[in-house]
Write a protein that binds this ligand. Structure first.
Ligand code: HEM
Length: 148
């Protein structure tokens, strides 16, 4: 029972952190971004990746060590929809991460600027991530109650 409580609390905290980091990226990526913003963005993106890895780790720990037992999830369609949504968010974040790395490389130049087309692409991918991310709590609530 106590392990489940600790894992559930960690899961929720990490998920809120993840949401905060996507929101920060959405705010920072702008056509008038400075070199300083690009450095900050690169740090946030690294924390975003690390937090996603922790969410995955704690999530899997909940499946294995949670109160309901792993069988409650592996045969649950809502669980798999949630996993697919999580994977799609991960795939959608690859493009922005590549671009953020390029921006970070040039961030120390005095005449640092970003191309509007690159900004539009990254903003589009971030928006798509937010859209798919929003489905995850719905699948989570479903899998906790139905789906098996
Ligand atoms: C690979 C990643 C993940 C795994 C393996 C995972 C696994 C789990 C498990 C086993 C539970 C317990 C459900 C129950 O009480 O029966 C849970 C609950 C929950 N998860 Fe995840 N999770 C992952 C990622 C996420 C993400 C990214 C979010 C949010 C965007 C999220 C949001 C939630 C919520 C809100 C609950 C509580 C559901 C409820 O009790 O109503 N999870 N998750």
């Amino acid at each position: 029972m106590f392990t489940d409580l600790v894992l559930a609390s960690a899961h929720h905290l990490l998920v809120f952190l993840l949401a905060a980091m996507i929101a920060m990226e959405a705010v920072i990526v702008r056509p008038d971004m400075s070199g300083g913003s690009a450095r900050l963005l690169s740090r946030i993106d690294a924390y975003y990746g690390a937090t996603a890895a922790l969410v995955l780790l704690v999530g899997v720990a909940r499946v294995v060590f949670g109160l309901k037992g792993w069988e409650a999830y592996v045969y649950n369609w809502a669980f798999w929809l949630k996993m697919v949504a999580f994977a799609v968010v991960g795939l959608l974040s690859i493009g922005p991460t590549m671009q953020i790395r390029k921006w970070r490389k040039n961030a120390d130049e005095v005449a640092f600027t970003v191309l509007p087309g690159d900004v539009a692409k990254v903003r589009g991918s971030i928006r798509a991530q937010i859209g798919v991310f929003a489905l995850i709590p719905v699948f989570a609530a479903t899998m906790a109650r139905y789906g098996y």
